[in-house]
Design a protein around this ligand. Structure first.
Ligand code: ADP
Ligand code: MG
Length: 276
C-alpha cells in the first residue's frame, strides 16, 4: 500500500478516484466514465461542497466515499488508511466513520418504518443491545431538535424537514466523523432548508464533524462550505475557497453554474414575490 504525503489536518483525502459504469444489453454496451480521476481533501471539521450540473459525477463520488460503492481506481485516505483498498470485512469498522444523508432519505429507505425504527436501524445492524439502542435513539432524536414523544409514529406522518432531521439522527447514532450530504436539503422549502443548514452547522461545531456537501443551491453552499469544488464530466474543473469561488470564478463551468443559479433565484423571487 503506497503512502500519500499527508497534509496537515486533512480528515479525508481522495486521490485519483475513478468509477465507470457499463450500461446496455447484449448487443450494445455503453461505458459511462462517471468519475475520471478526482482529487480533493477536506480538513477535519470543515465542509467541502461538490457542485456541478446533473450527471457530472457528484453522487458517484459521494457513494464511493461513503463506501456504498467500490471505486475502480484511486485512493480514499482517512488518516493512514486507504479505505478504498480494504476488503469487505476490514471495512466494517470504517463504515461507522462515514455516514450518508440524501434527499428524502428516510422514506426512500422504508416508508413503513416508524421514526424510532428508522433511526435505530444502523445500531441493529451493528448488533447493539436494546438498552443502548433505546438510549442512543433518544439522544440522537433530541439532538436534531425533535421530540421523542412522537417517534413511534410512521415516518410518513412527519414533514419533509422532520424526515431529514430523522435521517440526520439516524446517521448520528453510530458517531460518524464524516457526513456525506448528497442533496440532503433539496426539495425542502427555503425556511426549512435554512433551519436544517443551521442544525448541520451546530452539529458540526459540537462534534467536529467533517462534511462532504452536494448541493445545487448556491445559498446553501455559500452558507455551509469552506471550499467549493466544481465537477464537469467526471472531473473537478475548479476548486477554491468559497469566497474566492463566489466572487472570482475562473472556469467557464463555475461561471455558468453561478449565472444559472442567479437566474433561478430571480425567477423564484418573481413567482413568490420574495426578496432574496
Ligand atoms: P450527479 O450526481 O452529478 O448528477 P452521478 O454521479 O449520479 O451524477 O452520475 C454520473 C454519470 O454516471 C451519469 O452519466 C449517470 O448516468 C451515470 N451513472 C450513475 N450511476 C449509475 C449506475 N448505477 N449505472 C449506470 N450509470 C450510472
Ligand atoms: Mg446526484
Amino acid at each position: 500500500m503506497s503512502r500519500e504525503p499527508e497534509s496537515q489536518n486533512a480528515f479525508l483525502r481522495v486521490s485519483g478516484l475513478a468509477k465507470r459504469y457499463v450500461r446496455g444489453g447484449l448487443w450494445r454496451e455503453r461505458v459511462v466514465e462517471a468519475v475520471r480521476g478526482v482529487d480533493f481533501e477536506i480538513a477535519a471539521g470543515r465542509t467541502l461542497a461538490l457542485v456541478g450540473e446533473s450527471g457530472s459525477g457528484k453522487s458517484t463520488v459521494a457513494r464511493c466515499v461513503a463506501l456504498l460503492e467500490k471505486s475502480d481506481a484511486g485512493q480514499i485516505w482517512i488518516g493512514d488508511t486507504d479505505i478504498a483498498s480494504l476488503s469487505l470485512s476490514a471495512l466494517l469498522p470504517w463504515r461507522t466513520q462515514v455516514q450518508m444523508v440524501f434527499q428524502d432519505a428516510v422514506t426512500s429507505m422504508n416508508p413503513r418504518f416508524t421514526a424510532a425504527e428508522a433511526v435505530e436501524e444502523p445500531l441493529l445492524i451493528m448488533g447493539k443491545d436494546e438498552a443502548l439502542r433505546r438510549e442512543t435513539v433518544r439522544s440522537s432524536v433530541n439532538e436534531v431538535g425533535l421530540s421523542v414523544d412522537g417517534i413511534e409514529r410512521s415516518v410518513m406522518q412527519f414533514s419533509g424537514g422532520q424526515r431529514q432531521r430523522l435521517a440526520i439522527a439516524r446517521a448520528l447514532t453510530v458517531r460518524p466523523k464524516l457526513l456525506v450530504l448528497d442533496e440532503a436539503l433539496t426539495g425542502l422549502d427555503l425556511s426549512t432548508q435554512g433551519q436544517i443548514a443551521n442544525l448541520l452547522l451546530d452539529l458540526q461545531a459540537a462534534h467536529s464533524l467533517t462534511y462532504l456537501l452536494i448541493s445545487h443551491d448556491p445559498a446553501v453552499v455559500g452558507r455551509m462550505a469552506d471550499v467549493i469544488a466544481v465537477m464537469a464530466g467526471g472531473r473537478i474543473v475548479e476548486m477554491g475557497s468559497t469566497a474566492e469561488m463566489m466572487t472570482a470564478p475562473k472556469h467557464e463551468e463555475t461561471i455558468r453554474l453561478l449565472r444559472s443559479a442567479r437566474a433561478a433565484q430571480t425567477n423564484l423571487a418573481a413567482i413568490t414575490g420574495a426578496s432574496l
